[in-house]
Design a protein around this ligand. Structure first.
Ligand SMILES: Cc1ncc(C[n+]2csc(CCOP(=O)(O)OP(=O)(O)O)c2C)c(N)n1
Ligand code: SF4
Ligand SMILES: [Mg+2]
Length: 322
């Protein structure tokens, strides 16, 4: 029986924890360990069956404290590494879990195309994005998730761009489980439940975790977690609110877009939707590849790949356009 504490690796603490500046990531870590230990016990997984991959940033430190098979990889490259690991595990029929923890900068700026490719492949990876709306580790530069107008050290007269919507991006790219939740203590039950569901989901699951950074985010500075939690709870709404009268007969990938539009036009203010937004069953690229490998053997026997291509070319030569 695995307990939460068994999954912790001793390493120096680097997240802000003093002087009223308590990082929102701590509660995420607590709920993550709790959901993961339950998941591992249910499926009888050992520590070698769980692969954790993270990028760079304060969020990237996450895997350093996990006593599992972990990789602290380069900025923006966690999704492609995870996709490759998931593919090999599918081919080798390994049981277990591949999870990624990325910051918003890591996932949506430098790693965005890798993130989209992962979602599109629907590889069996749980991708957790800690969104504090800022590049925290490097002192508070504008991130793709920073609010429009916010003054930061890299946009001193205000950020001109609208923030990227992580949920829309994940759904549009093909992820088959997508959710948004915060790491505020009042939402711990929702966070833990969604993490557990994401672990259970077969395919790419993306969970955006809204988190406070009272040290580097100008919107959070000078406020304690309780104040920030109150602001967040007042400005967010569970998508379930719309279930009764908006969603009968609507396909899962439209649910979030419709609810978002409705919330903006009917409730008259920007409400941040949270909860499970999207869930469908679909084969992953790796599953399709394994199936194809089997079928090719049955249909084409030992035919050489070069002979197959020659047949498809039907005597024509390939001309390279310059
Ligand atoms: C290739 C590369 N580019 C830039 C950096 C510098 N860098 C380190 S952390 C970071 C920002 C991290 O922001 P985010 O991913 O949101 O994580 P947070 O610190 O907010 O948790 C940047 C730009 C780097 N380490 N590697
Ligand atoms: S700088 Fe921000 S994100 Fe980084 S540890 Fe401190 S509070 Fe957390
Ligand atoms: Mg960040």
């Amino acid at each position: 029986m695995i307990e939460d504490k068994d999954l912790v690796r001793e390493a120096p603490e680097t997240w802000c924890a003093g002087g009223g500046k308590v990082c929102g990531y701590f509660n995420f870590r607590k709920q993550f360990l709790s959901a993961l230990s339950e998941y591992m016990n249910k499926y009888d997984l050992s520590k070698d069956d769980v692969i954790g991959i993270s990028g760079i940033g304060c969020s990237g430190r996450f895997t350093v404290w996990q006593d599992l098979v972990t990789v602290h990889t380069t900025h923006g490259n966690a999704p492609n590494l995870a996709q490759g690991v998931a593919l090999m595990r599918e081919i080798n029929k390994k049981k277990g879990l591949v999870y990624v923890v990325s910051g918003d900068g890591d996932a949506i700026a430098i790693g965005r195309s890798n993130f989209e490719n992962l979602c599109h492949s629907n590889a069996d990876v749980t991708y957790l994005i800690l969104n504090n709306g800022i590049y925290a580790m490097t002192s508070g530069q504008t991130a793709p998730t920073t609010g429009q107008g916010l003054k930061t050290i890299s946009a001193p007269y205000g950020n001109l761009e609208e923030p990227w919507d992580v949920v829309s991006l994940a759904i549009g790219s093909g992820a088959t489980f997508v959710a948004r939740v915060s790491s505020y203590p009042k939402e711990s039950k929702l966070l833990r439940g969604i993490l557990y569901e994401a672990f259970e989901h077969k395919g790419t699951s993306v969970v955006e975790v809204i988190s406070a950074c009272p040290t580097q985010n100008p919107l959070n500075k000078g406020k304690n977690l309780l104040q920030l939690e109150k602001e967040y709870m007042g400005g967010s709404l569970d998508i379930k609110f719309f279930d009764e009268y908006l969603f009968s007969g609507i396909s899962s990938n439209l649910r979030y877009a419709i609810a978002k539009d409705y919330a903006k036009s009917k409730l008259g203010k920007d409400v941040l939707l949270k909860g499970r937004m999207h869930k469908v069953e679909k084969k992953s690229y790796s599953q399709l590849l394994c199936e194809q490998k089997k079928n090719v053997k049955e249909s084409y026997g030992e035919e050489k790949l070069s002979d197959r291509i020659k047949k498809l070319l039907n005597g024509k030569k390939v001309e390279l356009l310059q």
